[in-house]
Design a binder for this molecule. Structure first.
Ligand SMILES: Cc1cc2nc3c(=O)[nH]c(=O)nc-3n(C[C@H](O)[C@H](O)[C@H](O)COP(=O)(O)O)c2cc1C
Length: 419
């Protein structure tokens, strides 16, 4: 589809999400859209943004806005990064490469997941712009070390150690759909795939999709099911600050932890030579009941904002959410699901559109708030809830998602009531 038509038809992230829901098999859509258990944290991530009122300033004449920001010495054009998401290649062949190219064209950073369907080296060759790489800590430290060294050799500019995924959250939509290891798709799942012929044809052409960085690591099978099981077995729930210090010592360059929500952990991270944090709850996919990322941010910013670069992810769906996150102390945000919706609908052009939507919405929000530069966005722009000294930004319980995440036709397990 031509880019202009694409932009007319999909004018915000939610329109793309709805389209992704149509074009993807249910099992794939739910894998991305869903969260852990009752999806309370997933809903909070989005809903808690709404509680943060903006109090715009007038007559300051921000005739033109500058959306650029510096992260670890690199200036980027948009404070919206692509968060690491494993298996992007199941939406669209070479999904990671396409998303990285779109990110670079928009002047931002692509964070490659350990679980990408192309290798670190292939991504570096096909999309040589700024890339960060995300790793886990494995029982076999040699595996973590090897991946870290490969990322360094391939020119990744920062390393992200994800610390909230050492035990896998229970994603109950996946259980219902049979999207597990080993898969238990059943007839319904097979029919689901068959009823999305465009996706099926594209994926058929891209044979052998798997966790590319692990090929050969398990010593035998390289298929997605065997490697998925191997990775899950390798995750070390015993992860400690000693391990953080160990990896810090190996990586030469900016080193970030992803999945920090407690201000005390943020302080300890700073003491262990960490340079930045993803304030994140893994998009509500791990500990259900955890605080939303945006509500955790202010206390973390108060604790370490002057020492560490803070990136917020989880529930960012609008340009005004970027303003809210920056006002509470984030230097940038990262988006997971939104870029998947763009990828599912139109490949590289779809991710480019998502980033353009964020650019336009952020620019408009800044113009309407009286901010010419990102550095002018601070807590003074927020209403009483957001301004509260050191207070979290969470005034209400059980926040609702802004858009109907769970349409009535869905028989998801994620409905707010448990019955
Ligand atoms: C489908 C999917 C796969 C993900 N894979 C990873 C991963 O491999 N590593 C990681 O650290 N986080 C992963 N995440 C979490 C994202 O990096 C990010 O924290 C989250 O998506 C942010 O929330 P949002 O989707 O509301 O933007 C994944 C998220 C999704 C939705």
């Amino acid at each position: 589809m031509d880019r202009e038509l694409l932009a007319r038809r999909y004018y915000n992230v939610e329109t793309l999400r709805r389209a992704a829901r149509r074009v993807l098999p249910r099992v794939i859509f739910d894998f991305a859209d869903g969260g852990a258990e009752d999806e309370v944290t997933l809903r909070r991530n989005e809903g808690d943004f709404d509680a943060l009122e903006l109090v715009p300033r007038m007559c300051k004449g921000p005739a033109e806005r500058d959306l650029s920001v510096e992260l670890f010495g690199r200036r980027i054009e948009l404070p919206v990064l692509i968060a690491p998401t494993g298996l992007s290649g199941i939406l669209w062949p070479a999904g990671e490469i396409l998303a990285a190219r779109a990110a670079h064209a928009a002047g931002t950073i692509y964070c490659q997941s350990h679980g990408s369907t192309c290798t670190i080296e292939a991504l570096a060759e096909a999309a040589p712009g700024p890339r960060w790489f995300q790793v886990f800590l494995y029982r076999d430290r040699g595996l973590t070390r090897a991946m870290t060294e490969r990322a360094q050799a391939a020119g990744c500019e920062a390393l992200i150690l994800t610390v909230d995924n050492q035990v896998l959250g229970q994603r109950e939509r996946d259980l219902a759909n049979g999207f597990s290891i080993p898969p238990r798709l059943g007839l319904r799942g097979v029919l689901d795939m068959a009823s999305h012929p465009r996706w099926l044809l594209r994926m058929k052409a891209a044979r052998g999709i798997s966790f590319a960085n692990y090929r050969g690591a398990a010593g035998h099978e390289d298929d997605i099911v065997s490697l998925g099981a191997y990775i899950a077995k390798m995750l070390d729930p015993g992860l400690s600050w000693r391990d953080v210090a160990w990896l810090r010592g190996i990586w030469k360059g900016p080193f970030l932890l992803k999945g920090i929500l407690h201000p005390e952990d943020a302080r300890i991270a700073a003491e262990h030579g960490v340079d930045g944090l993803f304030v994140s709850n893994h998009g509500g996919r791990q500990l259900d009941g955890a605080i939303s990322a945006i509500s955790a941010l202010p206390e973390i910013a108060d604790a370490v904002g002057d020492r560490l670069v803070l990136v917020l992810d989880g529930g960012v769906r609008r340009g005004v959410d970027v303003v809210r996150a920056l006002a509470l102390g984030a230097r940038a945000v990262a988006i997971g699901r939104p870029h998947w919706w763009g990828l599912a609908v139109a490949g590289e052009a779809g991710v480019a559109l998502v980033l353009d939507i964020f650019r336009r919405e952020l620019d408009r929000a800044m113009a309407l708030s009286g901010c010419a530069r990102l550095t002018e966005i601070d807590r003074g722009l927020l209403g009483p809830v957001g301004r509260g000294a050191g207070a979290t930004a969470r005034p209400r319980r059980g926040a609702q998602p802004r858009f109907s995440q769970i349409e009535p036709s869905s028989q998801s397990l994620a409905s707010p009531s448990r019955s």
